[in-house]
Design a protein around this ligand. Structure first.
Ligand code: IMP
Length: 198
């Protein structure tokens, strides 16, 4: 029977991405729901890595025979001292629409010159193995905060995240294109390599 690999998320988009990247790895890939668990997790870490590990450990405690992966990600804006950072999902309130959050960030960046608008999406992935070993990887994509929201693809802060490497925002490219260069895509590729070494 294939080793089960459970990704600690309820997000369908993340599950699609992990399935695409882990295809051919030989694992049986399951969401938390498919594995039959849905713990209440308090993400009270101060870094992406800490929060990813908190989630992975909480789910691994319920699924001792599975490899459990979890991620934590967010937008880090240099001119705002790293905000919204680990608070990206909670920034201005969890239920506040991203049109409002993005407008507020653009407003806060008013007057900030081009060369100081640097930002990055960061994704940390943590893994807890059945024997208790723990692995961590990280992926980043560098960009700049735009002057107005652009694009209808993606989610969250994508419309205000301009990536010079592709000449547009991550909200202007389809999901399959974004996965090839995204922070999460990169962190997952690295985790796939780490798992291969086992
Ligand atoms: P989490 O990793 O699911 O907790 O997500 C953190 C938050 O960071 C999301 O709710 C978004 O606000 C933001 N975020 C993370 N990755 C992306 C991305 O690829 N595009 C846009 N926003 C993102």
């Amino acid at each position: 029977m294939a080793q089960r690999l459970v990704f600690a998320t309820g997000n369908a988009g993340k599950m699609r991405e992990i399935r695409e990247i882990m295809e051919g790895s030989g694992y049986e890939i399951l969401s938390m729901k498919e594995a039959g668990v849905d713990p209440e997790i308090v993400e009270d870490g101060t870094t992406f890595r800490e929060n990813a590990m908190i989630k992975a450990r909480a789910v691994a405690a319920l699924l001792p025979d599975a490899i459990v992966l979890a991620d934590d990600s967010g937008l880090v804006i240099d001119a705002l001292n790293g905000e919204p950072g680990v608070y990206s999902a909670r920034y201005l309130g969890t239920d506040t629409p991203y049109s409002v959050k993005n407008a507020e960030l653009i407003h806060r960046m008013e007057g900030v010159p081009e060369e100081k608008r640097s930002a990055r999406f960061v994704c940390a992935i943590a893994a807890v193995l059945p024997d208790g070993r723990e692995l961590e990887t990280e992926g980043r994509i560098e960009g700049r905060i735009g002057y107005e929201p652009r694009g209808t693809f993606g989610f969250g802060y994508d419309p205000i995240f301009y990536v010079p490497e592709i000449g547009c925002t991550t909200g202007e490219i389809p999901e399959t294109e974004k996965n090839k260069i995204s922070h999460r895509g990169r962190a997952l590729e690295r985790m796939k390599e780490e798992l291969k070494k086992l």
